[in-house]
Design a protein around this ligand. Structure first.
Ligand code: NAP
Ligand code: 8YV
Length: 317
């Protein structure tokens, strides 16, 4: 029986799906120095929660595939893996609708202050003080800009259509099959819209691209929503822009140094913060775990993996 190493968390569904096919070992620390001689000799497949760096690849010389739990695989060095002939897979599509649903929820929560309104009720203030204050912002009349219009971005856009908001987007290449207005730069998008939703991957090109000047371009009625990666937003610039009222509010599901969230962000009443829960329903997380298992079962059974990452597709030629 081949051996699969569960690196980081061992999702209960991994055990259920993988145990009939493989001998399972665990490496909760994800640290290469904790790899035992037995692991080094026997492990041919691994699961990961987006944390698999070159020293861990090097510590497992018989590794053939790393199956990431998550569509974003920025914590897995896929180029290094490809260079060593190791396959990497991720979990696209199965989470698109859940993440898009959460994005719409976060957008409305941010604009209409619904979490604050519920806290007001729960604190008994409705009875004592009367109606909750009117939200200064509304979705009515907004122009939404999507920074990223891939699998998830397109699901967000589809959900926005019945809200009767204008929709524009910026990506590196225009999507001719889609009818939304394309803006060739992020700056042009921020100048055009008043609501910016970021759903781009963590790459060198997206690092802190949402900075003070983009936020100023969004303007004093502007709302920023980030569901991609915290890396994309300069958090210090966001705090400064909120303090200076250069934008009107922000909703964030992702942060630069998770699970640490800058204390300054918690000061603002016009900011809605979520602990990276966009895909976090049982049904969707189980679907992601199933796809991790399907990739391992296929590839270690000498079939093509279901969802290889682009960097490793050349290994299949
Ligand atoms: P995808 O299908 O690969 O879409 C990525 C989009 O970003 C594409 O439209 C791409 O268009 C655009 N893009 C990439 N680099 C860009 C750049 N430098 N400038 C402008 N646009 C750029 O990915 P996806 O499945 O939608 O997922 C997107 C990301 O969301 C993931 O990588 C992950 O980090 C994040 N995510 C977060 C959660 C959460 O729980 N909060 C859940 C799932 C995913 P072009 O190639 O034309 O530029
Ligand atoms: C993670 C995500 O998978 O898929 C992604 O890229 O960010 C999430 O769905 C989740 O945080 C598990 O760690």
């Amino acid at each position: 029986m081949k051996t699969v190493l569960m690196v980081g968390r061992a999702h209960p569904r991994f055990r259920e799906r993988l145990a009939p096919h493989f001998r399972l070992l665990e490496l909760p620390s994800a640290r290469p120095e904790d790899v035992t001689p037995e692991m080094a000799e026997t492990v041919t497949g691994a699961t990961t929660f987006n944390d698999f760096k070159p020293p861990l690849f090097d510590a497992l010389p018989n590794l053939k595939i790393v199956a990431n739990f998550g569509v974003g695989y920025d914590g897995v060095d896929a180029a290094y893996a490809a260079g060593k002939g190791v396959m990497v897979s991720n979990t696209p599509e199965v989470l698109d609708e859940e993440v898009a649903d959460t994005t719409i929820g976060l957008l409305i929560n941010t604009i209409r202050l619904l979490p604050q309104a519920e806290n007001y009720l729960r604190a008994g203030r409705w009875v004592k003080e009367g109606a909750f204050r009117l939200s200064p912002l509304s979705l009515r009349g907004r122009h939404v800009g999507l920074y990223g219009l891939g699998r998830i971005g397109q699901q967000i856009a589809r959900r926005l259509e019945p809200f009767n908001v204008k929709i524009s987007y910026h990506t590196r290449s225009p999507k001719p099959d889609l009818s939304y207005d394309y803006l060739p730069t992020l700056e042009a998008l921020a100048e055009t819209v008043d609501t910016l939703i970021a759903i781009v991957p963590k790459t060198p090109d997206t690092h802190r691209t949402i900075n003070r000047s983009i936020l100023r371009a969004l303007g004093p009625n502007g709302v920023l929503i980030n569901v991609g990666r915290g890396w994309t937003v300069s958090e210090p610039d966001l705090v400064e822009a909120l303090r200076a009222k250069e934008i009107a509010g922000a909703g964030l599901d992702v942060f630069d140094d998770e699970p640490n969230v800058p204390a300054e962000l918690m000061e603002f009443d016009n900011v809605s913060l979520l602990p990276h829960v966009a895909s976090a329903s049982m049904i969707t997380r189980n679907a992601m775990a199933d796809l991790v298992a399907d990739n391992l079962i296929a590839f270690l059974g000498n079939q093509a993996p279901v969802t290889p990452v682009p960097e490793c597709r050349g290994l299949l030629d």
